[in-house]
Design a protein around this ligand. Structure first.
Ligand code: KIV
Length: 276
């Protein structure tokens, strides 16, 4: 491992699940971004992003769809493969698209593709208690899993839009319980999207696995944003939690570096990016 690192001129070892766990335990914020191609992967890796997600958000920002629903396993395999070529240090996570994990065996087959063909080190799937059997099956096969709760964009047609989740006490409590159950089933990381600060905090304090937030307030273990939002490329109305880091930057590299720094020093997210 280290010989390879020396050959690649790297001073720091690659991030792995233990690194992320240690960062949670030591209260060091984890900086995460999405990426979809090798050039941007190289940039986000260079500025010290800890975790890079090949998100199914690529359906919206790359393919021009209104939702993430049309994204296929082949799409994610392709983008994961090209992102992997740009990374040296960051931990690479690939999204499992809509209906690619509707049974434990289907999930296993598709997760294997994302790891073997794409080069992913972890797969992410959306779902709470309903996905426990799938998470357990993947974990039994030593496939690292990130479970995505809160706003689940693949369920957009069922929930009627991209809305803040967990505002009522019952849903909030269920989300905290789901997070514990997912961790017990073998999830290594949780990702919580679009929830009030208090819910992000409760989930984070209730489990030992790192919790990455997007619109989940400041009291989570790490922050993730969609790269094209950070770079001000995405057009139209943007979610409240987005910050365009390009506004005060001269280059994409500088904007991504500012994002990583803002996560580390906890200046992002500020109150204007949060939900109550
Ligand atoms: O697909 C994606 O990019 C995501 C982010 C919203 C975290 O899941």
């Amino acid at each position: 491992m280290y010989k390879q690192l020396e050959q690649r001129g790297m001073s720091e070892p690659p991030v792995n699940v233990s690194t992320l766990k240690k960062m949670k335990d030591e209260h060091e914020p984890i900086a995460c971004l999405t990426a979809y191609d090798a050039s941007f992967a190289l940039i986000v890796d260079r500025v010290g992003t800890d975790l890079v997600l090949v998100g199914d958000s690529l359906g919206m920002v790359i393919q021009g769809h209104d939702t993430t629903v049309p994204v296929t396993v082949d799409d994610i395999v392709y983008h994961t493969k090209v992102v992997a070529r740009g990374l040296s240090r960051a931990f690479l996570v690939a999204d499992m698209p809509f209906m690619s994990y509707s049974s434990p065996d289907q999930a296993l087959d598709n997760a294997v593709r994302l790891m073997q063909e794409g080069g992913a080190m972890m797969v992410k799937l959306e779902g709470g208690a309903g996905q426990l059997a799938v998470v357990e099956h993947l974990a039994q096969h030593d496939i690292p899993v990130c479970a995505h709760i809160g706003l689940k964009p693949q369920s957009v047609h069922k929930i009627g839009g991209f809305k803040v989740q967990g505002r009522d006490p019952d849903t909030a409590r269920r989300m905290v319980d789901d997070a514990s159950a997912l961790e017990a089933a073998g999830a290594d990381i949780l990702l919580v999207e679009c929830v009030p600060n208090e819910v992000g905090k409760a989930v984070t304090n209730n489990i030992t696995a790192p919790v990455i937030g997007i619109g989940a307030g400041p009291d989570v273990d790490g922050q993730i944003l969609v790269l094209y939002d950070v770079l001000g490329i995405t057009q139209g109305p943007l979610p409240r939690f987005v910050q365009n880091f390009m506004l005060e930057s001269d280059s994409a590299m500088e904007a991504c570096g500012r994002f990583v720094q803002a996560v580390r020093d906890r200046s992002y997210p500020s109150a204007e990016h949060c939900f109550s």
